[in-house]
Design a protein around this ligand. Structure first.
Ligand SMILES: Cc1cc2nc3c(=O)[nH]c(=O)nc-3n(C[C@H](O)[C@H](O)[C@H](O)COP(=O)(O)O)c2cc1C
Length: 201
């Protein structure tokens, strides 16, 4: 076997250990928390929105599972202007900022935690990492979900897995922001499909 092939196999093995996204089902009667970050104001290809795309999805998940909602609310709100928000977001990403959020939640009461966010520059907004780094997820299951303008989950399930190494990361899902904003019944059916896949309905 040549060196390149051997190195590739080694790398694949390490990646397999690092990114353990599990296709396991949730157990019945698990206590569910739905954590999300979402923004209103001028949004990519949607104009001015008064309810965030991810918030719409989070509320459907909570309603269908009987879970509780916790919103990651920034201490300093993001600008309403899309262009201004992009500037703040890209600066935060470049500096790996950890913007503070308001209040908190006792996660010890929950077994399974949905974590939802918009995709910003191919990643979760940095404030989502502030939240994830603030808690001990040992023994908890996390289901990542996002809304986006075309990028899908964009490997954020893997970054969450690296950020929360003691959690079990279940396979997440992505919904287009414009579908979430403009087509409630389609959004609801995508959520229900995913809850079924996870064994939650
Ligand atoms: C600062 C910023 C950066 C974005 N970057 C991406 C991106 O890299 N890929 C993508 O598909 N969508 C991107 N979007 C679009 C959002 O992910 C999408 O509109 C999302 O549904 C917004 O959710 P929210 O209303 O819950 O905040 C970006 C939006 C903003 C404001």
């Amino acid at each position: 076997m040549d060196m390149t092939r051997r190195n590739f196999i080694k790398l694949a093995g390490v990646a397999g250990l690092l990114f353990s996204i599990k296709k396991v089902h949730a157990a019945a009667n698990e206590k569910i928390l739905v954590v999300y970050f979402s923004r209103t104001g001028e949004e990519y290809s949607l104009g001015n929105i008064t309810k965030g795309n991810t918030e719409i999805v989070a509320e459907i998940i909570a309603q269908k599972t009987g879970g509780n909602l916790f919103e990651i609310k920034p201490v300093t709100p993001y600008p309403d202007s899309y262009e201004e928000c992009k500037k703040v977001a890209s600066r935060e990403k470049a500096t790996k900022a950890r913007p503070p959020f308001v209040g908190g939640v006792d996660i010890s009461n929950y077994d399974l935690i949905f974590v939802g966010y918009p995709i910003w520059y191919g990643d979760a907004p940095q404030i989502v990492y502030t939240f994830l780094e603030n808690y001990d997820f040992g023994g908890k299951k996390i289901v990542p979900f996002c809304t986006h303008g075309g990028s899908g989950l964009s490997s954020t399930d893997q970054t969450i897995s690296m950020t929360c190494p003691t959690a079990k990361i279940l396979q997440g899902f992505a919904i287009s922001g414009s579908i979430a904003q403009n087509n409630f019944s389609r959004t609801e059916s995508i959520v229900v499909e995913n809850l079924k896949r996870l064994g939650l309905t």
